[in-house]
Design a protein around this ligand. Structure first.
Ligand SMILES: *Cc1c(COP(=O)(O)O)cnc(C)c1O
Length: 436
């Protein structure tokens, strides 16, 4: 067991952060204290420069080998979608709402891929009417649905079959998607017959295959295993006379939260090239977390420090309703004091929790942190992906503010939700007030 990285080590390993003697923790040169002073906490902060740099690094490594479709569910804010769209990205969506967001942000439906195991008839109609670029079909049952909907509309749906390659991505069970027992994709062995069947169904244009084996993958091995299997399928389908022009290689590129070594884009590109490069295919990748995770932090303030055995509880004003990952996946997130003095002080182990009435509302257990007092601020790192998108208003806690910084400027991209907004849309019917 490695000891947890200290705040100083976390900062040193992340070039987007620096520590200023007076201003404390800076993200891309912007003092996080200034944002917290202006807006209060909890508050999300995203660095546009980090998102752009990561997109460009991935695009450079892929060097035209594959197109990047940003997985909208990682962070679906319109400003984030606009940023990636401006860089030339397409999108991967998993609901009609995400499709609407992508289009609202200016993306053409033709640049959007629609994945997910339970697309409704209404969502399929909406996608086809808009001219969706590709529908990744996840079952024989869904294939029949897409065919019926498209045929009734007089449209031709571009479909790829999502393969479940039965590969263990070596990640957390709740974010593994390519194993036989997962709900995702079509069993590998069923693909040839279903592909041939799809080519005969009305309303469909089969374009190829898709695969997405899970999230937070930090090794090349699972990708290689899955894509080699896909390459075999492409050859077999073509040998049987089928037309296969596209392979969607999915997302899942992992990042460093704790001790992990993030998978380098060059390694992913190497796997794509080795497995699929010679097959004359249009390739797509769908990263979400890798593009936005390291670009974001969640700022929080210490409400109080509760003395307890075996360790004190540091109670923050942020909670699981803001950042759910620790409660949902036991995810580890770096926590760094924003004040320069605190970030350098000698650490001692504490439990960092939120105020929500759930024992699962914990950000860190037995975490060495410098002494914190009421009002001390901390930044929770790698919060740009699967952060704000998973927020709820549980315990009637308003959604936190969101900020985007770019160079020296910053903008509120969503104000903190107000009390009134908490119950907007709720209706109290007269019978609720009747006594009997
Ligand atoms: C969630 C998801 C992604 C993105 O996963 P990341 O781990 O964020 O890269 C890509 N494709 C599909 C089909 C997904 O469901």
């Amino acid at each position: 067991m490695h000891p947890d990285p200290s705040p100083a080590e976390l900062i040193a390993a992340r070039p987007q952060f620096s520590l200023h003697a007076m201003d404390g923790l800076l993200l891309e040169g912007v003092p996080l204290n200034a944002i917290a002073d202006a807006l209060g906490t909890p508050c999300w902060v995203y660095a546009a420069g980090v998102m752009r740099a990561r997109y460009r690094a991935l695009a450079a490594a892929l060097d035209g080998l594959a197109r990047i479709h940003y997985a909208v569910k990682a962070n679906d804010h319109l400003a984030v979608l606009r940023l990636f769209s401006a860089l030339g990205a397409g999108a991967d969506v998993v609901s009609g709402g995400e499709l609407a967001r992508a289009r609202r942000a200016g993306m053409a439906a033709g640049d959007v891929i629609f994945s997910g195991v339970g697309k409704t008839v209404a969502e399929l109609r909406e996608a086809l009417a808009a001219g969706i670029g590709q529908i990744n079909v996840e079952s024989a049952e869904e294939l029949a649905m897409v065919s019926a909907v498209a045929d009734a509309m007089g449209r031709e749906a571009p479909v790829a079959l999502r393969v479940n390659p039965d590969i263990d991505a070596g990640t957390h069970p709740k974010i593994t998607t390519g194993l036989r027992g997962n709900k995702f994709g079509i069993p590998f062995d069923d693909i040839p017959a279903l592909y041939a069947h799809a080519a005969r169904l009305p309303g469909l244009r089969t374009v190829g295959l898709a695969v997405h084996i899970g999230s937070q993958i930090t090794e090349a091995g699972p990708y290689r295993a899955a894509l080699d299997r896909i390459a075999g399928l492409v050859r077999a389908l073509r040998a049987a006379g089928e037309r296969v022009t596209r392979v969607d290689c999915g997302g899942g590129l992992g990042i460093a939260y704790r001790h992990e070594t993030a998978l380098a884009p060059a390694l992913l590109a190497g796997v794509l090239r080795a497995s699929l490069g010679g097959l004359d295919l249009d390739l797509v990748v769908e990263p979400g977390r890798w593009l936005v995770g390291p670009a974001g932090v969640l700022l929080a303030s210490v409400v109080l420090v509760k003395n307890a055995a075996p360790r004190p509880f540091v109670v923050l004003d942020a909670a699981m309703n803001d950042l759910l990952r620790p409660a949902l996946y036991d995810a580890w997130h770096g926590i760094v004091p924003i004040s320069a003095a605190a970030a350098r002080a000698a650490p001692m182990p504490v439990d960092v929790v939120g105020p929500v009435c759930e024992s699962g509302d914990s950000f860190a257990t037995n975490r060495p942190l410098p002494p914190l007092v009421p009002g001390s601020r901390v930044a929770i790192l790698e919060a740009g992906a699967y952060g704000a998108v998973m927020s709820s208003t549980y315990n009637a806690r308003p959604l936190a503010a969101e900020v985007m910084i770019d160079g020296a400027q910053w903008a509120v991209i969503r104000p903190r939700q107000t009390r009134d907004e908490l119950w907007r849309g709720e209706v109290v019917p007269p019978f609720a007030e009747a006594s009997g």
